[in-house]
Design a protein around this ligand. Structure first.
Ligand SMILES: [Zn+2]
Length: 384
């Protein structure tokens, strides 16, 4: 696979997440307690902010990395999970290799992709990648200060718990078994097209933004040298920085770690002509509905769920007008935001990223129009 093609595979799935560990048990050897403290602090502050905003979370206690049986109904469990490649673990799922993450090798199913993920409805559980928490947790070497980026990631997942839905909508590519009846496959595609899925993501970020706007101007997030306004601007910059760092880590690590989706999802031409988008949508829908053998990998959920770094950048931008409404003169000095964008990412990458996003959005819309029409397979070529 050429590097450019690889990029496209990656871009499609960048930042998408999985929660397969619901099926696979999480062995204690994969839990990481190093960053338990900042996670606990950020969670406590976020929970308090939700209560103050009139959206109390109804859990009693919070357990970080609980042993099996410790968490009970009505409690919230947070697991900080050590990520590992498939070749680095033993049969029990424990890391046996010196290096947990092996270059160019797929992450195993216990690893958490995309930062943190909230469990499906009914269980109050959040799983975070230990690497992501280490990246977002503190302000550089200052281990007394929690990073606003960690606050954002946890506030977003808590919003999903308030919504009573699984955090990252079956994120990465979903296998569709073609041997199922056509009606079942059609239903599956229609479900992925429901507008409420992406709406919930937007709502989760709106809630997280409110939490940030409430907490950043005050202690312990407020930087003593800045005004309240300056503190929020400073927090927005921390989000931008974290987004850049995350993108770099995701590029290095999660790039190879995804399965290849159906070929319709791989853009070959930018900008893609509408006729081609339409043809690719038809090809995908026809293969899924008319096929009866094998599996098709569908990344529909990834389209409606923007990658973590994009969400972070959007929240950072949403914080700026909020900062503008706060008093600016009370601090010793005011903070001048440094716009740190695309630090490690080239212009061509940004272009591909945006164009690929536009293609996927167009394709997903075309697929949805088709599956919601009266005759989704009317123009499929026979024999497919
Ligand atoms: Zn989400």
């Amino acid at each position: 696979m050429s590097p450019v093609r690889s990029y496209f595979f990656f871009l499609i799935l960048l930042g998408t997440t999985a929660f397969p560990a619901l099926a696979a048990p999480l062995p204690a050897c994969r839990l990481d307690g190093v960053m338990a403290k900042p996670v606990e602090v950020a969670l406590r502050l976020a929970t308090g902010a939700y209560a103050a905003l009139g959206r109390p979370l109804r859990h009693g206690s919070v357990f970080i990395n609980p042993s099996p049986g410790v968490s009970a109904a009505g409690t919230l469990s947070i697991f900080i999970v050590k990520d590992a490649s498939v070749g680095a673990i033993d049969e029990a799922g424990c890391i046996r290799n010196k290096l947990a993450v092996i270059r160019d090798e797929e992450l195993d199913d216990i690893s958490v992709r995309g930062g943190c993920v909230a469990a499906a409805a009914g269980i109050w559980e959040i799983r975070c990648s230990a690497d992501a928490v280490a990246l977002f947790g503190y302000m550089g070497s200052r281990t007394e200060q929690v990073n606003p980026a960690l606050l954002y990631v946890l506030a977003h997942e808590l919003a999903h718990i308030l919504q009573r839905r699984a955090g990252e909508y079956a994120g990465r590519v979903e296998p569709i078994l073609l041997e199922q009846p056509a009606a079942a496959k059609l239903e599956l595609l229609r479900q992925s097209c429901e507008a409420s899925v992406s709406r919930k993501e937007v709502d989760a970020d709106a809630l997280a933004t409110k939490v940030m706007a409430r907490l950043l101007p005050e202690s312990p997030f407020r930087e003593p040298v800045f005004s309240r306004k300056g503190s929020v601007l400073w927090g927005a910059d921390q989000l931008h920085l974290a987004a850049n760092k995350w993108q770099k880590l995701a590029l290095e690590r999660e790039f190879i770690s995804q399965r290849k989706p159906h070929r319709s999802f791989i853009a070959t031409e930018f900008p893609t002509p509408p006729r081609k988008i339409e043809a690719n949508a038809r090809q995908f829908v026809c293969e899924v509905l008319k096929g009866n053998r094998g599996t098709v990998l569908y990344p529909g959920g990834a389209v409606s769920h923007p990658p973590l770094e994009i969400r972070m950048q959007r929240v950072a931008e949403a914080l700026k007008p909020i900062a503008a409404s706060l008093p600016g003169a009370e601090g010793k000095s005011d903070y001048r935001p440094v716009v740190i964008l695309q630090e490690q990412v080239s212009e061509i990458f940004t272009f591909m990223y945006q164009e690929n996003g536009a293609y996927l959005e167009g394709l997903q819309n075309a697929i949805c129009t088709r599956v919601n029409s009266e005759q989704p397979v009317v123009d499929c070529r026979s024999g497919r």
